[in-house]
Ligand binder design. Structure first.
Ligand code: LMR
Length: 331
């Protein structure tokens, strides 16, 4: 071989080597998972578990980046960002889908589910499963539900009967059902993102809010709210969501593995939710920063009577069949 030919062959071999290395070192798929709560919560723990499982099983192929505490997107922006491809996964509260579907509002109806077993039963039933796809026509699909738990009412003054809430300002998530629920007791609902709640309470710009024990604890609301009424009046659960474009564009094998990892992470997150509903409640009581008010059955009934008319108000928008199925899940 002449010197020239040798040089040419070496060059071809070198180019082929670089090309094959580039193919085998294809950049991993990046999943940005954005959420608004602290890491030490059911959702924070679920997201971290999902990342851990993907790291173990799809190393080099998929990278999950978790952004807690509204670091990347707050709850008003995340779904728009998802449709633009700026974030791939999130798990907003079921109360934050108003712009995308009306049916998911069923989950906001006050005093609808008697406990988390009823919630689980409804979600796993045919109508609960159908609701996972309620936002499909808008380009978003639900991959699964994640529990947080039942909500409590916190306030700057004790709330024992509905009249105690009259004329008080309560922060709510962006849900018209939640607005109607507070209007039903003559209170003033104010829609604000989760990231602003602590400051609004601390500065007394608002009087109260509703949330689960784990959110009240992890975001220190109990330090600026002297009273928490154990009302268990509504549900705070999540829809783990992705964009149809992203999800259907994944290679089949990877999509299957991701779904499996997510299902496992959700089971883990649900366990954390059940534990935190007990433990974080106790930590708040032990802190002595906030008094936990237990309602008598008669007092609780007054809240039910005042708020339940909201069901009728929204039954057309939601679809009565969803409400009926949820009621049935209580048995
Ligand atoms: C809230 O905004 O109060 C909650 O939905 C936050 C969350 O995601 O748990």
């Amino acid at each position: 071989m002449t010197k020239h030919k040798l040089l040419l062959v070496s060059l071809i071999v070198a180019v082929a080597f670089v090309a094959s290395a580039t193919v085998s070192m294809a950049a991993p798929i990046v999943i940005k998972f954005s959420h608004v709560v602290a890491e030490n919560t059911p959702k924070g723990q679920m997201a971290n578990k999902f990342k851990q499982l993907v790291d173990e099983r799809l190393a080099g192929k998929v990278v999950v980046e978790v952004f807690p505490n509204s670091q990347l997107f707050g709850d008003n922006k995340v779904l728009v960002a998802m449709l633009l491809g700026d974030v791939q996964m999130a798990a907003p509260s079921l109360s934050k889908f108003k712009k995308y579907t009306k049916s998911l509002q069923v989950y906001d109806l006050p005093f609808l589910f008697k406990d988390m077993n009823a919630v689980e039963k409804f979600q796993q039933g045919p109508l609960g499963q159908k609701l996972l796809m309620a936002t499909k026509s808008k380009g978003l699909i639900g991959l699964g539900y994640l529990h947080n738990g039942l909500k409590q009412l916190s306030a700057s003054s004790p709330l024992r009967v509905p009249a105690d809430a009259a004329h008080k300002k309560f922060r709510i998530m962006s849900s018209d059902v939640l607005a109607a629920q507070f209007e039903a007791v003559d209170a003033l609902p104010i829609k604000k993102p989760f990231s602003e709640v602590f400051t609004l309470l601390q500065t007394k710009a608002i009087d109260g809010q509703e949330n689960t024990w784990s959110n009240i604890y992890s975001k220190k609301f109990y330090e600026v709210q002297p009273y928490i009424t154990e009302s268990n009046h509504g549900l705070l659960d999540y829809l783990v969501i992705t964009s149809t474009e992203f999800w259907t564009g994944l290679p089949d094998g990877i999509r299957t593995e991701l779904k499996k990892a997510l299902d496992e992470a959700i089971i883990f997150g649900n366990k954390v939710a059940a534990e935190k509903a007990i433990d974080d409640r106790q930590k708040i009581i032990d802190s002595k920063r906030s008094e936990v008010i237990e309602l008598t059955p008669a007092q609780r009934q007054l809240w039910v009577d005042a708020m339940k008319p909201v069901w009728k108000q929204f039954s057309k928008e939601i679809g009565q069949e969803y409400i009926d199925a949820a009621i049935k899940a209580n048995n």
